[in-house]
Design a protein around this ligand. Structure first.
Ligand code: FAD
Ligand code: UDP
Length: 371
């Protein structure tokens, strides 16, 4: 009999497994249907020896000291600030849109924030109430830059026009009037020094934790006696799609190793106006690895495949709320993570959510003694 069965060995499941094992001294079996730990953050050395991310580029960034402190028990870090260029009108320009972007595309020489602000302000369209992902961008930079940078990319990525998506999606990408060309401005921008998988190995190395891979919850649940369950897979799947399927967006990754030192100038290049893929990422920028070869990944959005992205729009949130109500009524089961709570969360947010759930467990779930 395990004290806890945890479904999913990504950030949500692994953070909780470690806390329960070390702080409650209880036994944990963590399972995953994939052949590896670390969930979507899984990285590995490919056949050429290049450290790459199996599920697309994962850049760690957070404003939370507590989350960094927590993860620092399991890894050292290397500083890394992500930069992204977008191929627009045949040029490679910074995204988020900043003063450099505007100067390059319009052949201008704006020198100050005020000048850039005035330029963007003259193009911005007033929007009474900002509701959609189109409103967010059009109200800040106007329709032309919206069409160039956001409309095509978003339609590819989500299979929906930005006007059909919640404002939270394109709000992830700010607009700047300075020349800061970093993708993120968080206080912590760091990568696990030896990769994510090594960090997860350390997290799960506690003697109270057992790991079982290639194991789908539906196939093994009746064979594994346990007292409580933490579920980090898709919440609709847990309830056998009782109210219908929650929409998730998927991706197909094409990984290519090239016999050359370097492929592109920055970690990621976005293709918002053309191509079937949304972006190409080159891992050596991100990992800092020195190697004679390099590995890049093309991301092709797809309606079918593994669920990667919850799709933020009102009707999906309404369906999720029905599943959430079911989840709340389900005793002895905790739902945590991006898929189980249907939230477009970054890694640090999932760690924060898992640590908050652990605090709730400590407050509400009495310690039992194992037989
Ligand atoms: P997951 O990592 O998805 O883990 C859930 C695990 O549960 C999976 O391994 C799955 O196999 C397993 N599972 C599900 N159902 C079952 C079942 N029935 N039985 C057994 N196992 C099951 N975040 C950032 O902060 N920075 C980034 O740069 C970034 N880039 C991203 C790029 C892409 C392409 C994607 C898709 C996501 C990115 N993210 C990024 C988000 C990040 O991947 C997530 O926030 C994080 O991995 C979520 O962790 P999780 O544990 O909730 O889910
Ligand atoms: N986006 C866009 N053009 C870009 C970059 C982003 O239209 O060049 C939109 C797109 O809808 C994307 C969202 O902004 O899904 C969020 O971008 P982010 O880079 O955060 O996406 P993620 O890394 O989560 O895939």
């Amino acid at each position: 009999m395990y004290d806890w069965l945890i479904v999913g060995a990504g950030f949500a499941g692994s953070v909780l497994a470690e806390r329960i094992a070390s702080q409650r001294d209880q036994s944990v079996l963590i399972i995953d249907r994939r052949p590896h730990i670390a969930g979507n953050a899984y990285d590995r050395h490919d056949d050429a020896g290049v450290l790459m991310h199996q599920y697309g580029p994962h850049i760690f960034h957070t404003n939370s000291d507590a989350i960094v402190e927590h993860l620092s028990q399991f890894t050292a870090w290397r500083p890394y600030e992500h930069r992204v260029l977008a191929r627009v009108d045949g040029k490679l320009v910074p995204i988020p849109i900043n003063r450099t972007t505007v100067n390059a595309l319009y052949d201008l020489d704006l020198k100050t924030d005020e000048e850039a602000e005035a330029f963007l302000g003259s193009r911005a369209e007033p929007v009474e109430e900002i509701r959609t992902s189109e409103d967010v961008v059009v109200s800040k930079v106007g329709r032309e830059l919206y069409e160039k940078f956001f409309r095509g990319y978003t339609t590819k990525q989500w299979g929906l026009d930005p006007s059909e998506l919640d404002k939270s999606v394109t709000s992830r990408v700010p607009t700047r009037t300075n020349d800061d060309d970093r993708y993120f401005t968080d206080t912590h921008q760091i990568m696990p020094k030896h990769g994510y998988t090594r960090m997860f190995e350390k997290m799960l190395a506690h003697p109270n934790i057992k790991v079982m891979l290639n194991a789908d919850y539906r196939e093994v649940r009746d064979m594994i006696p346990h007292r409580r369950l933490i579920f980090t897979g898709p919440v609709d799947e847990f309830f056998d799609f009782r109210y219908g399927r929650l929409p998730y967006r998927s991706l197909r990754f094409e990984h290519v190793t090239l016999e050359q030192e370097r492929y592109q100038d920055v970690g990621t290049v976005n293709y918002p106006m053309s191509e079937a893929y949304t972006r190409i990422s080159e891992y050596k920028h991100i990992t800092g690895q020195k190697h004679h070869a390099t590995t890049i990944t093309y991301e092709y959005p797809s309606a079918t495949g593994d669920p990667y992205y919850p799709i933020p729009r009102a009707e999906n949130q309404a369906l999720y709320k029905r599943y959430q109500a079911l989840a709340n009524q389900t005793e002895n089961v905790h739902f945590v993570g991006r898929l189980a709570t249907y939230r477009y969360y970054n890694m640090d947010q999932v760690v924060g959510q898992a640590l908050a759930e652990f605090r709730r467990i400590q407050e509400t779930v009495p310690l039992w003694t194992s037989p």
